[in-house]
Design a protein around this ligand. Structure first.
Ligand SMILES: Nc1nc2c(ncn2[C@@H]2O[C@H](COP(=O)(O)OP(=O)(O)OP(=O)(O)O)[C@@H](O)[C@H]2O)c(=O)[nH]1
Length: 459
């Protein structure tokens, strides 16, 4: 037979399941937190840095345009060179930021265009620088009196026009650069939005999973509580109620299922069965002992001890009811033993007791007083009535012989009777015994009533 997992096994399984689901939920929560943290770190460190770089690139481009204005306004070579230093510095910064932006982003063709625009811008500014240098020189010539030269004036106008053209192109290029960078900035923004959306949807999924895990863990815990209540608490209470009964039978003990409590209940059932069996044996032995202590083993009549107890009990009633004591003895019983043997003598004693019992009314107390001697107490019967009744008994015994070993044996018995006074049952018994003695002495096989209160009867 397959061994049942029992209460311990089932409770352990439920606890393990609850722990596993709770652990899974905790791990899922930790994993989600870690993923969320990584995403936030990624956003904050890389993409936000990229955004900053892009913003600074746009600022540098605008600064470059400012430096171009300085270059344009330079009236001497010193200011021109200073503006060019600034432009070179901004060029350097723009180069670095574009490179940084490119390393952070998947540049592609858009970055090639950014590089082109940047180089074009710088080339244009270099050309502007050369044109500004020519303009400064030409203006210096004009200042030194050569202003009337129409060629120089025309050259100045051409240079101004060319510078204007280059600056217009540079503004266009700067706008293009800003737009290209703005394109990347919006790409980064949408990437950030995508990442946030992904994280949000992942978190929403995880939240759902965590909720499911929490519900399962809760259900498992409720199941455990319900299971313990149904399978342990209720059954233990039922068992305790059954055990608190006064008279307990094995069938009263609730047994059901296949677990530790069932095994315990079955053990208690067996134990109760044994106790009940032992109790029944003890009661039977007690009854037997009580019977043996109060009855004669041969005739099964009350013995002398029991008769004396009955005397004590009746002592209280004497006075209210008339009581007569009788002593009976089989005549010449020794001859029966001698002639037929002791066992045959026993049979005669048994038969004699049986005849006495049958011949007496139920309320008469009859006892084997010792040997072949018997005692009686007649309640509620006057002395003359007792004498009459005993006379009939005596005659019946005499009339009906016993069969011993194929031979018929007639036996007779002598009776002594005494009427009892208040509180004098033991004295009354003595007087009955004396009357018996008189019956024996006067020839046996007769009923003699005690002299003081009884009349004598004779067979
Ligand atoms: N078989 C048997 N004999 C018993 C039992 N109890 C006593 N006796 C015998 O009964 C006889 C009684 O004898 P006695 O007291 O001399 O009196 P008796 O022979 O009956 O003569 P009377 O009483 O004088 O008529 C004795 O021999 C006892 O051994 C018994 O339980 N069984």
């Amino acid at each position: 037979m397959r061994k049942s997992p029992g209460l311990t096994g089932r409770t352990l399984l439920l606890t393990l399941l609850t722990t596993a689901v709770s652990l899974a939920a905790i791990l899922l929560a930790l994993f989600s937190f870690s993923q969320y943290r990584n995403t936030i770190t990624h956003l904050s460190q890389q993409q936000i840095n990229t955004l900053l770089t892009a913003t600074r690139l746009v600022q540098q481009t605008e600064g470059l345009m400012g430096s171009s204005a300085l270059l344009l306004q330079a009236e001497n070579h010193f200011n021109r060179r200073r503006a060019m230093f600034e432009i070179a510095d901004r060029k350097e910064w723009i180069g670095r930021m574009v490179a940084e932006l490119e390393s952070n982003l998947d540049g592609g063709e858009a970055f090639a265009r950014i590089y082109q625009v940047r180089d074009q811008l710088i080339d244009n500014l270099t050309k502007v620088d050369q044109l500004v240098a020519q303009r400064i020189n030409l203006r210096a010539d004009v200042f030194h009196g050569e202003s009337s030269d129409p060629d120089r004036l025309q050259s100045l106008q051409l240079i101004e026009a060319e510078i204007g053209e280059l600056l217009r192109e540079n503004r266009r290029l700067a706008t293009e650069l800003s737009v290209a960078v703005g394109f990347h900035v919006s790409a980064i923004r949408s990437e950030i939005q995508d990442s946030v959306q992904q994280v949000n949807s992942a978190i929403a999924t995880r939240e759902g999973l965590l909720l499911v895990a929490a519900v399962i863990a809760l259900l498992l815990m409720l199941t455990t509580v319900f299971y313990i209540n149904r399978s342990v608490v209720r059954r233990v209470v039922a068992l305790q109620k059954a055990l608190s009964q006064d008279r307990l039978l094995p069938a009263d003990i609730p047994v059901g299922g296949r677990d530790e409590i069932t095994w315990m209940a079955q053990s208690i059932q067996r134990y109760v069965d044994k106790i009940n069996l032992h109790e029944a044996r003890i009661l039977s032995m007690n009854r037997e002992l009580e019977f043996m202590a109060t009855h004669d083993a041969l005739t099964r009549l009350s013995n002398r001890h029991q008769f004396e107890r009955d005397l004590e009990r009746l002592e209280r009633d004497v006075g209210k009811h008339q009581v007569c004591a009788v002593m009976v003895d089989i005549d010449h019983f020794k001859q029966v033993n001698d002639r037929f043997g002791h066992d045959a003598g026993d049979q005669v004693i048994i038969g004699f007791a049986s005849r006495l019992q049958e011949a007496l009314p139920d309320q008469v107390l009859l006892a084997r007083y010792g040997g072949e001697e018997f005692a009686m107490l007649f309640p509620d019967t006057p002395l003359d009535g007792v004498v009459r009744h005993l006379e009939q008994v005596r005659q019946q015994i005499e009339r009906l012989p016993f069969e011993l070993g194929g031979q018929l044996l007639t036996i007779t018995a002598s009776f002594g009777v005494a009427a009892c006074g208040v509180g004098d049952l033991s004295g009354c018994m003595k007087r009955a015994d004396q009357a018996l003695y008189q019956a024996k002495a006067s020839g046996r096989n007769r009923v003699v009533a005690a002299m003081a209160e009884c009349q004598e009867g004779q067979a």
